[in-house]
Design a protein around this ligand. Structure first.
Ligand SMILES: [Zn+2]
Length: 256
């Protein structure tokens, strides 16, 4: 399939007609189609199951580079969307566990193969997984530092976590709260409420935290792991547009 002309305008390659793109999730050539000019949500892949978006393809590249044996490993994914990289992980990894927080179900219940877990207090033993993946979850967690500590706990000391979330362009501070949840579950808004789509709930998900440039330092402190932020402008792999960063938490031994 040919690239749409609109998407070709994103590319800054001298010989566009000779260059072939390839999807790092499904391996299909020349499969990217722009459904709108907002590439973050709408530059899809016609080869991926239910399509994919740039940040999913970015995670696929990060997995390839940091955890190339992931298909043989134990993978935990929080709140997977039914498409792209999540379907690929579920289908091809030897051991794959999906989790999501279903507020109206008991913790530990399994809903369509997805286990009900609170990312801030998971029931898994330490070092239960080799790889953790979450795409656009951390901004919706009321206490992201607690969640990052939990993620680090359930991943083996030599394992990796791959996280995406919007890193705001004009913010240096690593975290700024948009909303605060009290112990009784009430939410106070410190900024205009912002909601994102949620594959598990038509109500959407409230953004609790805005992340900024220094998030790598914050991740290092919160997780005790080496932290790397990868930023992409990669037309060949269909990773263009806004907010495609992947944060990688590496082996333990950094801040501890
Ligand atoms: Zn694909």
């Amino acid at each position: 399939m040919r690239l749409s002309r609109r998407w070709l305008s994103h590319r800054n390659l001298a010989n566009v007609d000779d260059a072939r793109t390839v999807c790092p999730i499904c391996g299909t050539y020349d499969s990217f189609v722009a459904l709108s000019e907002w590439s973050r949500d709408d530059l899809t892949c016609t080869g991926c199951h239910n399509g994919s978006v740039p940040r999913e393809r970015a995670v696929a590249l990060a997995l390839r580079d940091y955890a190339p044996a992931w298909r043989l490993q134990r993978i935990l994914e929080c709140s997977p969307a039914p498409r792209g990289i999540s379907v690929e992980l579920m289908r091809t990894a030897r051991h794959y566990q999906a989790i999501n927080l279903f507020p109206d179900k008991p913790l530990g219940a399994v809903v369509n193969s997805v286990r009900n877990e609170d990312l801030e207090a998971m029931s898994f033993a330490d070092s239960s997984f080799d790889v953790f993946v979450s795409l656009d979850v951390l901004e919706h967690v009321p206490h992201p530092e607690t969640a990052v500590r939990e993620i680090s706990r359930v991943v083996t000391p030599n394992g990796f976590a791959f996280l995406t979330f919007p890193i705001r362009k004009h913010q240096v501070e690593p975290v700024i709260a948009r909303a605060v949840m009290s112990d009784d579950g009430t939410v106070d808004h410190l900024a205009e409420p912002e909601w994102h789509g949620n594959p598990f709930s038509s109500d959407g998900s409230l953004v609790f935290t805005d992340f900024g440039y220094d998030v790598h330092q914050w991740l290092f402190e919160a997780s005790g792991r080496n932290a790397t932020v990868i930023r992409f402008a990669d037309a060949q792999h269909g990773i263009v547009g806004e907010l495609t960063d992947v944060c990688v938490l590496g082996p333990l031994g950094g801040a501890r």
